[in-house]
Design a protein around this ligand. Structure first.
Ligand SMILES: CC(C)(COP(=O)(O)OP(=O)(O)OC[C@H]1O[C@@H](n2cnc3c(N)ncnc32)[C@H](O)[C@@H]1OP(=O)(O)O)[C@@H](O)C(=O)NCCC(=O)NCCS
Length: 171
């Protein structure tokens, strides 16, 4: 079952995110890794800033979360995390497909350039990487992240995103 997360889910959401984020350890630039990857106060700030979390629940237990954040004219998918032990069972796909059906604007997703599994996951769902110039512009327009994170990230855009600079350097 997919449902919206509430304050009561905060601890479990925090636990899922930090369990799943272990995937980044030794993969993303070392200066971007920290443990826990998402401290509690940062998660609270994200929620306060408008990230709405949805969760996948199985037999009463949340095993995956995914956030949506409407910003200006687009919606961002943020913080997609499925517990390490529950990966590759279609939970991330179900969450993403559910949210995409609800969203009426263009959708953008930012992730680490080194998180190849995440990029492949979004590409399987029709998203395409935008060019380096475009991702820098988009990250600065729609996200509030440090310069270093901009450099180490990619942005994927939904299939209907106006073409422009999509994938130039990946073709
Ligand atoms: C990215 C992430 C959320 C995807 O969640 P997930 O539940 O594992 O995703 P799915 O199971 O739907 O799809 C993942 C893979 O499993 C495959 N799969 C889906 N259902 C399956 C099933 N029943 N049996 C076997 N494999 C299956 C999918 O085809 C996909 O294959 P691919 O890796 O070759 O593309 C998860 O890997 C994760 O939390 N990663 C760590 C954090 C992260 O990178 N987050 C993204 C931040 S933006």
């Amino acid at each position: 079952m997919i449902r919206i997360c509430t304050d009561n889910d905060f601890r479990i959401m925090h636990s899922i995110i930090n369990d799943a984020a272990i995937a980044y350890k030794g993969v993303i630039p070392a200066d971007r890794w920290k443990e826990p990857y998402m401290p509690e106060d940062e998660l609270r700030r994200q929620i306060d800033e408008g990230v709405e979390f949805w969760g996948y629940e199985n037999e009463g237990e949340l095993t995956g979360v995914m956030g949506v954040q409407p910003i200006q004219d687009v919606t961002l998918i943020r913080h997609a995390y499925v517990r390490t032990a529950s990966r590759n069972q279609g939970i991330g796909s179900r969450l993403l497909e559910f949210l995409l059906k609800e969203i009426t604007t263009h959708v953008l997703i930012g992730t680490w350039a080194d998180a190849v599994w995440a990029i492949r996951f979004y590409e399987k769902h029709g998203f395409t990487r935008v060019s380096v110039e475009e991702k820098t512009r988009l990250l600065k327009t729609y996200w509030s992240i440090p310069e270093r994170q901009v450099e180490a990230s990619v942005v994927l855009a939904d299939p209907k995103w106006p073409d422009r600079d999509i994938q130039k350097e990946y073709l």
